[in-house]
Design a protein around this ligand. Structure first.
Ligand SMILES: *Cc1c(COP(=O)(O)O)cnc(C)c1O
Ligand code: SF4
Length: 442
């Protein structure tokens, strides 16, 4: 019997310091490359050979969507910030000076949006649990310390602001232990979402330390284990040919065999990410374990700001057995000015795509703002009486009683985030605002 041995690729990443070593970039004017370096000193940058060779169409650069998504562009910074970083690089300022200028700019780019850090803390016996958050009653978020980086970075992300070093296995065991102790006391938690960064950046051996304890029969109330990842897009070899790929798939199968639902919450920004052979094979391998793949992404300018791109992406997902889940609105953080799509336009992109696919792809919901009070769906733009309004609906909320409630905001073609919205019909505030203030004060 002949066994086909596919050695795949070995993972090799490029960061800001390696911009000059990326052969494909040499076709760009040196002056532009220099400006890209200035931006990369402030915003996240990392790609790998797979992204460079299989995802980016270099004949279409700079307008190629994956290039827009992964490489820094001068327009991502305000002109004065860009000029300042360029000046520092030209002067060959010491690294510490560059770092502190970058930090100062980052602080102004709202690195911790929607009160993620202050308001979603978990406490056990009076101690705040590191790496854990909870905003909605049924779901605990877990950020394993070793999973806070990614196989490549999306330039619209600002989570790298919390990226940290790589701790050892002993630390992982302690973290997992605290998670389990917390869950034992909270039978109302049905979902654990392991997230990052990208938790699948971790070796399987480490990931197992977090996942296996959740299968304890005492934690039978934890029905759903979700893993948030972009590895199917940025590094599908994680499921195919990495040395511990087989072990990862076995771990997924073990979770399913233990009677839990394993959901891979994947992030696909553009249909091209699903078009390569390794990506398709990886989807098949994951589905073969019994795990379900659900996909979500923000709608962003320069990358996926057209209905037919979303329709193509959803159709491709359905044919591969991936379930479309959320279309998000890009958060008010990082390079949002560059990527932002007003809510009205996001609504028309969503609706245009939704109308052109069959019901099987209409499991997608959006556009959704993941904001301080909850996940808010822009469900319509309608004329009611003599006022044009956004019809909004809570899909998730800090207060469970708000879920499913519909409310109205004054129509504003420029509004791009929750803070831009004002109550319709001359109301002084949205129905939940008083209660929200109370909840946050606790
Ligand atoms: C989106 C989100 C969840 C999961 O919400 P679902 O609608 O159940 O997918 C959980 N926690 C936080 C903080 C979230 O933003
Ligand atoms: S994969 Fe997710 S966490 Fe990683 S850079 Fe992209 S958006 Fe950020």
């Amino acid at each position: 019997m002949i066994q086909r041995i596919d050695t795949g690729r070995t993972y090799h990443a490029y960061s800001r310091r390696d911009l000059d070593r990326i052969p494909m970039l040499r076709r760009l004017p040196p002056e532009l490359r220099f400006r890209m370096k200035a931006v990369a000193a402030v915003l996240p940058f990392r790609v790998n050979d797979y992204v460079l060779e299989e995802l980016i169409d270099w004949d279409r650069v700079p307008d190629d969507p994956i290039f827009r998504l992964t490489f820094p562009h001068p327009e991502m910074l305000a002109p004065e910030d860009l000029a300042r970083m360029i000046r520092l690089l030209e002067e060959e300022a010491p690294p510490a000076v560059i770092r502190s200028a970058a930090l100062e700019i980052q602080q102004r780019l709202n690195p911790h949006p929607s009160g993620q850090r202050e308001h979603n803390r978990l406490v056990l016996d009076g101690v705040t649990l590191p790496g854990m958050q909870r905003k909605y009653r049924e779901t605990a978020l877990f950020f394993p310390a070793a999973g806070q980086t990614c196989h490549a970075y999306c330039t619209y992300c600002f989570r790298w602001a919390q990226f940290v070093g790589v701790p050892d296995l002993r630390f992982a065991a302690r973290e997992a232990d605290m998670l389990v102790r917390f869950l034992l006391r909270h039978p109302e938690i049905t979902d654990v979402l392991i997230t990052g960064g990208d938790p699948l950046i971790m070796r399987t051996r480490l990931l197992r330390r977090y996942v296996e304890p959740l299968l304890d029969p005492r934690l039978a109330h934890v029905r759903n284990i979700r893993i948030g990842t972009k590895a199917l897009s940025w590094w599908p070899y994680r499921f195919l040919t990495d040395p511990d790929a087989g072990d990862l798939l076995r771990l997924f199968a073990e979770v399913v065999r233990a009677g839990r639902h394993l959901a891979l919450m994947v992030h696909f920004t553009h249909p091209r990410e699903l078009s390569t052979l390794p990506a398709r094979r990886a989807v098949r391998a994951v589905r073969g374990t019994g795990a379900v793949i659900r996909s979500q992404s923000p709608v962003v300018r320069h990358v996926n700001d057209r209905p037919r791109i979303w329709a193509r992406m959803w159709r491709r997902q359905v044919s591969l057995g991936v379930v479309p889940y959320y279309m998000f609105v890009a958060r008010d953080t990082g390079a949002q000015q560059y990527f932002r799509v007003p809510l009205a336009e996001a609504f028309s992109i969503f609706t245009g795509a939704y109308r052109s696919v069959s019901g099987l792809a209409r499991t997608a919901r959006g556009p959704v703002l993941s904001a301080l009070p909850g996940k808010i769906l822009v469900d319509g733009i309608e004329r009611i009486g003599d006022e044009t309004v956004f019809v909004l609906k809570f899909l998730q909320a800090r207060e469970p009683a708000w879920v499913g409630r519909v409310f109205f905001a004054r129509y504003d073609p420029e509004a791009a985030w929750f803070d831009d919205l004002r109550p319709a019909f001359g109301e002084p505030s949205f129905f939940f605002e008083g209660e929200l203030r109370e909840l946050l004060r606790r």
